[in-house]
Every structure is written in structure tokens, then in C-alpha cells.
Design a protein around this ligand. Sequence first.
Ligand code: DC
Length: 217
Amino acid sequence: MKINIAIDGPSAAGKSTIADILARKLRYAHLDTGAMYRCVAYAAIQQHIDLADEDALTKMLEHLDIHFNDAGEVWIGSENVSQSIRTNEISMAASKVSAHPQVRKSLVAKQQKIAENKGYILDGRDIGTVVLPDAELKIYMVASVEARAKRRYKEYVEKGMDADYETIYRDIEQRDYQDSHRKASPLKKAADAMEIDTSDMTIAEVIAYIMERMDKQ
Ligand code: DC
């Protein structure tokens, strides 16, 4: 029988990569909830909406058609935004828009609807605590700022994107602070989540660790 899996943790801890691989192994669907907040930030910037204007963002969101295809691409309407939402500028902007309770309310409702039928792996910040408090398996992934900054830097370089290690390091620290100190659903480990520190683990080791735990459940 299929279950739902919640993966939470700070920025760049590897949640999406792990969720993606797990989903393929288990034949589950992966929903990257961070991509949804990134889409809101991207659309707001395109439409010159102030990232602090909660009402304007909420209104915009009513008509924002965010969707994912089977290839894992992220689309807003007819625009493929998979690459454009991954810049450092959008990361910082997504962290800002995600602090607004109305924005969260709207996206959380969409996420809960998608995961209604089980067989989903959702990754984000509030999955185990707010979106899917009944998820059968909850994972909380952490890693040192240094390990995360190194991974992000390598990812950007491999993609041929502009990358400055110091900026990435500082931005991760700032996002950690913003995401865990906001009033609305701050980043928090669910009491029943299994914590994994991936600082010194390879992707294959993290996957093996989770699969072993799942077998024991
Ligand atoms: O996982 P990510 O880096 O793509 O997420 C982008 C931002 O969105 C992050 O700074 C915090 C926010 N976010 C959130 O508040 N809740 C989620 N479930 C997912 C992401």
C-alpha cells in the first residue's frame, strides 16, 4: 500500500534530489513545494509586484497556473520556468513571499489536494508539521552551512550559471534565519520525524539509509 512521505529541512540540504530519486525507486510522485513558492516569487518580479505586499501577491496567486509535468518540469501557464526559478535572486525572493500567511494558505491547500491520494513525496519546510501532519514517514534533513554552500556552488557551476561561493554561503545563512524565524509555519522538525545529517553523506548513502528505515517500518 502506498503512503505519503514528508521531507523537510533547510535550504540546499538535498531534499529535492533525495525526493526525486526515492520517488523513482518507489514509483511515487514527487512534489517540490519549494518550486511553488519560487513560482510565486518569479511571477511577482515579472509583474513588478512588491514582495512585501501580501494582498497583491494573494490576488496574483488566484490566477497563477503553476503546474508540473511528468518530466519534472515546472510551468507557469505556457512558460517553462524550470531554470529561471533556480537563480539566487529567486531563492531570496521565494523566502520573502513564503513568509506571508495568505500565500502559504493558498499553496498549502493546493499541495494537500495534490497529495490526497497517497503515493506522494513532498519536500519543503512545513510538510511534516502543516501540509501532511499524518504522513506515514517524515524525514528531516539537515547539513552544515558549509556542506550546503559547497553543493549549491557545484550545482551552479555545472549548470553554467553565475556562482560566487561567499554570496551563496551568506544567502543560505540568511534564508535559514528567515525560514526558521517567520511567524507563519516556520521551518521546524516534526516531533515524529527522523533526522538525517547529510553533511558527510553521499546521495547514495542517504537513499540507502532511508530505504533501510522504510523496510524496518
Ligand atoms: O526548497 P526551496 O529552496 O526551493 O524553497 C524556496 C523557499 O520557499 C524557501 O526559502 C522557503 C520556502 N518554502 C516554504 O516556506 N515552505 C515550503 N514547503 C517550501 C519552501
